[in-house]
Write a protein that binds this ligand. Structure first.
Ligand code: F6R
Length: 362
């Protein structure tokens, strides 16, 4: 059932181009139109609140950038265990979105029950369409990832991102913030993702070589700016979950406000920086690390590596991608880095200690 792979996690990482293509086929037409349910209507919505736990919450965090940038829709994000015990101020004209692979996470389900009656629409973004979170929502959108067995979420994360990206495009269209031509172009660049992710999967061997070095580290930092900031959080979570190495993700600009004190020649710093509008800012943060003998692993595209790769400890060249969808692509090397580091350490990749696939208690 592992289809020739050593671990479910490896199989599920490799499946991403196929399941993403399936999700895109499910929610779009080849002519470049969106096929999302009519009930997913953003015309009268004044705010969107996205709530989840763990990796799913990082998908929400990425989506916040998309809803704001594409649809100019104010977007709040929160982790479910905090949201349910605050008194969140909810607009009656808002949409609340609960993202969960399993659809059974206790905190996310409780947060959902907390918003019922208080918002205009409750939407679930789930992998299991028969789950409690799907059943208790006004509308459930399946992410089409197929069964995910590995405890560390991989293909569910990228399928959550694809589904949320399509929702943000629908919000942009409903709110008149994108014209037909731009929408078609954004959908086209989404449809290029399966091929681009396939190319990224080809980096598995060089990533394994780098991971053999990372496995010796005690602490690892991930940096990203803009929508790559939540990817830094996700990269760090994935790594600590399965390799048990202490890792933290930071927004690049936060570095000098504290974490830079950790930098020395022993601390690898993984910089997620496609050559986008924010690239130069991130590079200057990266140079602050290098000036303190930090070991930088730069992940960028060919143009980025050429412009700023010099002086880094290692580089990984990813394919170029529509900057908007870069978080979906950069998830793949983040997952592979965690996977190969865990393999190098000899830990149980599919069943990491102390973790459960579905967290049905508080
Ligand atoms: C991380 C991971 C967890 C889950 C979290 C939410 O790899 O798998 O952080 O993302 O427990 O689970 P779901 O999505 O089932 O609500």
């Amino acid at each position: 059932e592992k289809a020739g792979y050593k671990h479910f996690m490896a199989k599920e990482i490799a499946e991403q181009p196929v399941v993403i293509a399936g999700a895109l086929k499910h929610y779009t037409s080849p002519e470049g139109t969106l096929h999302l349910p009519e009930e997913l209507d953003f015309k009268a919505i004044d705010r969107i609140t996205l709530v989840a736990c763990g990796t799913a919450s990082y998908a929400c965090h990425v989506a916040k950038y998309w809803f704001e940038q594409l649809a100019q829709l104010p977007a709040d994000i929160d982790i479910a265990s905090e949201f349910r015990y605050r008194d969140p101020v909810l607009s009656p004209a808002s949409m609340a979105v609960f993202v969960s692979q399993s659809g059974e996470t206790a905190d996310t389900l409780a947060a959902l029950r907390h918003t019922r009656e208080k918002v205009a629409k409750v939407v679930a973004v789930v992998n299991v369409p028969t789950s409690s979170i799907a059943r208790e929502s006004d509308l459930a959108l399946p992410i089409m990832a197929g069964v995910e067995v590995g405890v560390a979420s991989t293909k569910a994360f990228t399928c959550q991102l694809v589904t949320l990206a399509l929702m943000a495009l629908k919000a942009a269209a409903d709110r008149g913030r994108i014209d037909a031509g731009d929408l078609r172009q954004r959908l086209q660049s989404l449809r290029a993702l399966p091929g681009i992710l396939n190319a990224a999967l080809g980096l598995s061997d060089p990533i394994a070589t780098i991971a053999a070095e990372l496995a010796k580290a005690q602490d690892i930092l991930f940096l990203g700016r803009g929508a790559m900031f939540p990817l830094a959080l996700e990269g760090a979570l994935k790594l600590k979950e399965i390799s048990y190495i202490h890792a933290e993700g930071y927004a690049s600009g936060e570095l000098k406000h504290g974490p830079i004190a950790l930098i020395d020649a022993q601390v690898p710093v993984i910089v997620l920086a496609p050559k986008d509008a924010l690239f130069d800012k991130t590079v200057s943060n990266m140079q602050e690390v290098m000036a303190r003998n930090g070991k930088v692993l730069l992940l960028s595209d060919a143009a980025g590596i050429q412009a700023a790769g010099q002086g880094s400890w290692k580089t990984l060249t990813l394919p170029a991608v529509d900057p908007l969808w870069a978080p979906i692509l950069y998830a793949v090397p983040a997952q592979l880095l965690a996977y190969h580091t865990a393999i190098a350490k000899g830990t149980d990749v599919d069943q990491p200690r102390n973790l459960a696939k579905s967290v049905t208690v508080e």
